[in-house]
Ligand binder design. Structure first.
Ligand SMILES: C[S@@+](CC[C@H](N)C(=O)[O-])C[C@H]1O[C@@H](n2cnc3c(N)ncnc32)[C@H](O)[C@@H]1O
Length: 420
């Protein structure tokens, strides 16, 4: 939740713009991520100064492909050079809309994902002793549909960054973003085991309408037992989550649970993350006080211990392999003091209606991709092994019409790091 930002968000609503939220996000990005600041200043003409007064925020965007090549615009002035695409954030658009608009200036069909900020940029422009500041954010994002884009039609290219190509990037901020990207890409590639889960992201995007039906009608009218037991579930969660200052749902999908909880309990900083932006979009309209992010939870870019609580519900079975499952657990541990995991038991073991629902509704109709379901014993063995000696672990469970939910509360022992 963007604490202290209520007036900005209300004014945004009244005047139908996003400036208040953009400036608040900038403040919270500094708190959530380790972001170096690149500064630059120069004298400008009167007209340029007036132009600068009209623009406040901008985005610099580095789009990379699955081989770690970086899209660079071909710039022409006296000589040829490389530069990153970018532009101002319009008053009536969110940061995410600006990023996607800029990606589409590279190619109109470009789809991106795994968006994350890597640096802040502060430009000061002077005219006759007056100064105007421009605030920028350097983002990196992955192209998701490289196969369907004709690279030859682009004004620029996807470039493998070596010393020679790097020396042809002229702007300081672009250089910094590329430099930061190189380390981050190695980390991302390692932690995600070079698996960017594109199939899942694409299916979620295609099935958007089906999820709307699921939320509007099925959850409400058909899965009524789930609703009836909701209070019981809320009580369990209240005991586990308590009243933290900050919380992150690392794979919220279209689930509102944590955001409603945060509203009711006055949690100050609340982040909703998911690998699929199409899932998060469902929530963005209802919860403008939430910071929504689009990271792979197996390689979260947040600062160490930044969250009091990290929540992960029904996601372990979506991990593509063992390595990524372990990295998801370690990644959550790195950024938080306490992890709460809620995971549906393998529906085949639970049997009955849970198995039927999973087979025909979740997999059959909603096309749910994850299939690496765990038994209660497997859930316990994995968690105990990953967090042995570094956390206090408590297991419990909860049952409703959907099946049996396995719950783990993993509290960091002060000063401990995860097991290797
Ligand atoms: C079954 S849904 C659960 C959604 C929500 N947590 C709930 O309990 O209703 C799984 C969610 O995990 C997300 N997801 C899958 N892999 C992920 C990853 N590596 N990082 C972040 N989110 C991921 C999917 O996009 C999807 O929204």
């Amino acid at each position: 939740m963007l604490a202290g930002g209520k007036i900005e968000l209300v004014l945004d609503k009244v005047f139908k713009d996003h400036e208040g939220k953009t400036s608040l996000l900038l403040k919270y990005y500094k708190w959530l991520y380790e972001l170096p600041v690149v500064t630059a200043s120069c004298e400008v003409s009167e007209k340029l100064f007036q132009y600068c007064l009209r623009k406040k925020f901008f985005v610099l965007l580095l789009v990379y492909d699955e081989d770690g090549k970086v899209f660079l615009n071909r710039n022409m002035s006296n000589s040829l050079s490389w530069g990153l695409p970018g532009g101002s954030i319009k008053k009536d658009e969110s940061i995410n809309q600006a990023i996607n608009r800029i990606a589409k200036t590279i190619h109109k069909d470009m789809l991106i994902g795994n968006v994350e900020p890597v640096t802040l940029i502060e430009n000061s422009y002077y005219y006759k002793g007056q100064v105007v500041k421009h605030y920028g954010i350097g983002f990196i994002a992955r192209i998701r549909n490289a196969q369907s884009i004709d690279f030859k039609s682009l004004v620029g290219d996807f470039v493998a960054i070596n010393d020679e190509e790097f020396s042809y990037i002229k702007r300081l901020a672009s250089k910094k973003v590329v430099e930061l990207f190189k380390n981050r890409y190695m980390d991302l590639d390692l932690k995600t085991d070079s698996c960017f889960q594109d199939e899942e992201i694409n299916i979620n995007e295609l099935q958007k309408k089906r999820y709307q039906i699921h939320n509007k009608y099925v959850k409400k009218y058909i899965l009524t037992d789930k609703r009836k037991k909701k209070q019981e579930f809320n009580k369990i969660m209240e005991n586990l989550i308590g009243y933290p200052n900050s919380i992150c749902d690392v794979s919220c999908g279209e689930d509102k649970f944590i955001f409603k909880y945060a509203r009711e309990h006055g949690i100050k900083v609340i982040v909703g993350n998911d690998i699929s932006w199409s899932q998060v979009e469902f929530l963005d309209f209802d919860f403008d006080e939430v910071i929504f992010t689009n990271h792979n939870a197996a390689a979260l870019p947040f600062k160490e211990n930044v969250f009091d609580v990290v929540y992960c519900s029904n996601t372990l079975h979506h991990m593509p392999n063992k390595k990524v499952l372990i990295n998801l657990l370690k990644s959550m541990f790195r950024v938080s003091k306490k992890i709460i995991i809620v995971e549906i038991e393998d529906p085949k073991i639970t049997g009955g209606f849970a198995e039927f629902l999973n087979k025909y509704w979740y997999i059959g109709y909603l096309k749910d991709v994850g299939g690496a379901y765990l038994s209660e014993n497997q859930f316990k063995v994995i968690i105990n092994e990953v967090f042995k000696n570094v956390a206090n672990i408590k297991f419990s469970s909860f049952e409703n019409i959907m099946g049996k939910y396995l719950i783990a509360e993993i509290e960091k022992v002060k000063g401990e790091e995860e097991n290797d």
